[in-house]
Design a protein around this ligand. Structure first.
Ligand SMILES: [Zn+2]
Ligand SMILES: [Zn+2]
Length: 177
């Protein structure tokens, strides 16, 4: 340590807030252990945290268990498949209903993924839900056209489906993460 010789043991400089270098503090974040001043302290059920750590959802610190991730993906796949069949039945219902359907699918997919993952809220599970919604909207086209994307692009109602899928993805992601 350079300069350590000049420092008296009893005059060691106190830690300063990492966000306010002019403020000394004896408190540090329970999560990242950076020193924080009284203005920066955030009281949480698991102790005093810095604003950065307090903003993170608790689930972002606990890792998503692989078995739960697998269950969430499986749920998104199965629920999405079921919803896809539902979309086939309810097709040609018009824009307004397509948007409501997208909203309902987003909620349903969000809940399915949340339940399967043990209510793990994070971008990871959010994207699994988004994938499930896209899958749900892809199913009708796979049933009709197989992998013929040209036919998909030419089919009537694609705009409604894209809008509905967009709404579903948005709702599902925000519900889960
Ligand atoms: Zn922190
Ligand atoms: Zn501060």
């Amino acid at each position: 340590m350079e300069g350590a010789i000049a420092v008296e043991p009893e005059t060691t400089t106190q830690a300063v807030c990492y966000r306010h270098p002019s403020r000394e503090t004896a408190v540090s974040c329970a999560n990242c252990e950076r020193p924080i001043c009284t203005d920066c302290m955030v009281y949480t059920p698991v102790g005093i945290k810095c604003p950065d750590c307090a903003r993170l959802p608790r689930s972002a610190i606990v890792r998503l268990r692989p078995d739960r991730a697998a269950r969430a993906i499986l749920a998104a796949f199965l629920v999405g498949g079921g919803m896809g069949v539902g979309i086939v039945i309810l097709q040609d219902v018009g824009l307004f209903f397509a948007l409501i359907l997208g909203w309902l699918i987003g909620i349903g997919m969000g809940e399915a993924v949340l339940t399967a993952s043990g209510r793990y809220r994070a971008p990871t599970t959010g994207w699994i839900a988004v994938g499930g919604c896209i899958w749900a909207y892809a199913v009708p086209y796979l049933l009709y056209y197989g992998a013929n994307f040209g036919a998909v692009a030419r089919s009537a109602g694609l705009v409604w489906v894209v809008l509905g899928a967009g709404v579903a993805c948005y709702v599902a992601y925000n519900r889960v993460q």
